[in-house]
Ligand binder design. Structure first.
Ligand SMILES: NC(=O)c1ccc[n+]([C@@H]2O[C@H](COP(=O)([O-])OP(=O)(O)OC[C@H]3O[C@@H](n4cnc5c(N)ncnc54)[C@H](O)[C@@H]3O)[C@@H](O)[C@H]2O)c1
Length: 258
């Protein structure tokens, strides 16, 4: 399994203590990376980092919306792992409400976690990458970066903004050999997904029937796309977004019959 593609590479993954962040951390570690998981849940972050394949990984508590937390966490990562080559901005939350009922504090909270933190984690880590004249930042978008869904205005707005942010940072930092790309997952069976299935806001069978490949995403599907952007396989690729959704967004006419 170890391709060696991420040998001598240090990767920071926000929100990496569970779900897609954890499966991505696992996949990158399998390909040689040393991982720092930064997560609101510090205990989970440490436990999961200790269980990753290979050695030398760390897990730290960090609320990515807090400037103090980000600064302290990045210092600890640099102390422990020496540098940062890859940043995966994965931490994300949802809040569902139709526009006319949207509470302002919920809107602001989702924007803070899903968008502002991506900007400021990237800014804070860029100083190391600029010094190194090397780095890859991978932001996690969504099918909601491209499609509207009922009650998902704030989620979709932040995930769409990620595309513009990624493109613009790619332009700013190309001269420093820092690449910025976006991976847009389709539906994956994570704790976030389960929460919405359990409260009746997602129906897995309807979703599967809407996916040309007929299945939800597997744990390693996102890791594979992140590995591409994190490694030299994408050495000349920046400002791009890739859908990892089994064809969900490309399928425009579910009712059409051959
Ligand atoms: N699961 C899916 O089907 C799906 C689909 C499209 C996009 N995504 C995106 O993938 C990413 C991961 O989703 P998931 O399903 O694994 O979510 P999840 O809820 O299972 O895990 C999210 C992790 O982020 C952490 N986190 C939340 N707020 C944080 C903060 N302020 N600071 C630090 N850590 C924080 C949580 O503690 C948790 O460990 C998100 O950006 C999400 O929008 C998921």
């Amino acid at each position: 399994m170890d391709s060696g593609l991420l040998e001598n590479t240090t990767a920071v993954i926000t929100g990496g203590a569970q779900g897609l962040g954890l499966s991505t951390a696992t996949y990158l570690a399998q390909h040689g990376a040393r991982i720092a998981i930064l997560d609101l849940n510090g205990d989970n972050a440490s436990t999961q980092a200790a269980n990753l394949p290979g050695s030398g990984h760390i897990g730290l508590r960090c609320d990515v919306t807090s400037a103090k937390d980000r600064t302290e966490a990045i210092e600890k990562v640099l102390d422990s792992l020496g540098t940062i080559d890859v940043l995966v901005n994965n931490a994300g939350i949802q809040y569902h409400s139709e526009g006319h009922n949207m509470p302002e504090e919920k809107w602001l909270k989702v924007v803070d976690v899903n968008l502002n933190s991506v900007m400021f984690m990237s800014r804070d880590v860029s100083h190391t990458m600029i010094r190194n004249r090397k780095g890859s930042i991978v932001n996690i978008g969504s099918i909601a970066s491209f499609q509207a869904m009922p009650g998902r205005a704030v989620y979709s707005a932040t995930k769409t903004a990620i595309l513009g942010l990624s493109r613009n940072l790619a332009v700013d930092w190309g001269k420093y050999n820092i690449r910025v790309n976006t991976v847009c997952p389709g539906y994956h069976d994570t704790p976030l997904f389960r929460e919405y299935v359990d409260n009746g806001k997602l129906d897995p069978e309807v979703i599967k029937s809407r996916i040309p490949m007929g299945r939800l995403g597997l744990a390693e599907d996102i890791g594979k796309a992140v590995l591409f952007f994190a490694s030299e396989l994408s050495a000349y690729v920046t400002g791009q977004a890739i859908m990892v959704d089994g064809g969900y967004t490309t399928y425009g006419a579910p009712g059409a019959i051959v």
